[in-house]
Design a protein around this ligand. Structure first.
Ligand code: HEC
Length: 370
């Protein structure tokens, strides 16, 4: 640890973020996501105007490194000066060969980007920084961004390994002992913040995309843009989610919709197949195993898995380390939701469903989710 090199205030931020990341592993991500950083120690009295600047931005250019990074188009950027100074930003660390958490983060942020529309790149900036710079060249990052069809205004960056590690430590997105182990099981977290006001918070890719978008568009911007007034009469009915629904919403809904009426529908073409009807179409044992270890089934060249993999842009469904019971609770939820949207008396498709045919394709009467 190189803590002794830090000033007391920088240590305060570093420690706080480390603490929050530990809490984040234990506590519900919904609670953690809305906790702002504690107020840092008051700035030392110096010249009047620097005191004002210090008070407004306790974590400025002397806290954050000005790391040189290269984006997916080969453009070079300085972390502090070009990327975060005076901006509202989302930052996460990924590597493109990651087969568990990163695709989920990318998929979630893609939904948040869609909700924010053209504000991304204007007053909200998205940065995904590779922790595997040897493999993740700008070209590789570009291909990754294209595979996930991310919109404009979101940069994927790479840099020197040591510099990126230093940056992760400064952002509190590095867990000593986990992150420097040989496996790349890196800290599953995003940091969002407003550099100008010094408000930074950790968030989770399992967070509801609407909440993330609201934090970026409104609370972090001090509500400078009026929100669209909607009548509470139009608010959806709240019902307590089951375990299966909770898991589906947090772990799966970043890539999967659930029928055209899906409440989380963001008007974005999903990364993976729509899952309405899947419990009627697939063998239960196949489904349970697929949810737990899709990577192994792909490696074994399971024919259904291979066919889906080709169809869905060769993005592999991640292994989210579900156990059998969790997988089953998700399956139960998918089944209930299918029965709710398509009561069993009215079958999904007229009789001859071919297993290799995709369920949403086999239902001409149901409009395709965009
Ligand atoms: C990062 C995106 C992503 C996440 C997160 C994700 N999936 Fe998938 N899923 C896919 C893709 C892509 C496919 C298509 C097969 C492939 O390419 O591996 C797929 C396929 C599936 C299928 C097969 C559909 C069929 O027609 O048989 C099921 C079932 C499924 N996913 C369930 C889940 C569940 C349950 C979760 C949450 C625990 C989940 N997925 C999380 C991307 C994702």
């Amino acid at each position: 640890m190189n803590m002794k090199m830090h000033s007391p205030r920088s240590r305060a931020l570093g420690m706080h973020l480390v603490l929050m990341s530990v809490t984040g592993l234990l506590a519900s991500q919904l609670l953690v996501a809305s906790q702002p950083l504690s107020t840092p120690a008051p700035a030392p009295a110096s010249t009047p105007e620097s005191a004002v600047v210090e008070a407004a931005t306790p974590w400025g250019g002397n806290y954050f490194p000005n790391t040189l990074l290269t984006d997916q188009d080969g453009q070079q950027l300085r972390f502090f000066d070009d990327m975060i100074k005076g901006k509202v930003v989302v930052i996460n660390f990924i590597f493109t060969s990651c087969s568990d958490s990163c695709p989920l983060e990318t998929a979630r942020l893609r939904q948040v980007q869609k909700l924010l529309g053209d504000r991304v790149g204007k007053d909200i900036f998205f940065y995904s920084i590779s922790i595997d710079p040897l493999s993740d060249t700008p070209e590789v990052l570009k291909a990754y961004a294209q595979r996930f069809q991310v919109g404009p205004g979101w940069k994927f960056l790479t840099g020197e390994f040591a510099d990126v590690t230093e940056l992760r430590k400064k952002l509190g997105l590095f867990i000593e002992g986990i992150d420097n182990g040989r496996n790349k099981d890196h800290n599953l977290s995003l940091i969002i913040g407003n550099q100008a006001t010094g408000r930074w918070m950790k968030s989770s890719p399992f967070e509801n995309p609407w909440i993330l978008a609201d934090q970026l568009a409104n609370s972090l911007q001090n509500w400078k843009q009026p929100s669209v007034e909607e009548s509470y009469a139009n608010a959806p009915q709240i019902r307590p989610p089951s375990t299966g629904e909770e898991l589906f919403r947090t772990r799966c809904a970043s890539c999967h919709s659930l029928g055209p009426l899906d409440g989380q529908g963001i008007g974005l073409h999903s990364i993976g197949p729509d899952l309405i009807g899947v419990t009627r179409q697939r063998d239960p044992a196949w489904l349970n195993r697929w949810i737990r270890e899709p990577d192994r089934m792909l490696a074994e060249k399971d024919p259904i898995a291979m066919e889906l993999f080709e169809r869905y842009n060769k993005i592999a469904m991640p292994n989210l380390r579900m156990d059998e019971r969790s997988a089953q609770s998700i399956i139960d939820f998918l089944q209930e939701e299918t029965d709710r949207q398509h009561p069993p008396a009215a079958p999904l498709a007229s009789g001859n469903e071919e297993p290799e045919h995709h369920h949403s394709v086999a239902q001409p009467d149901i409009p395709k989710v965009q």
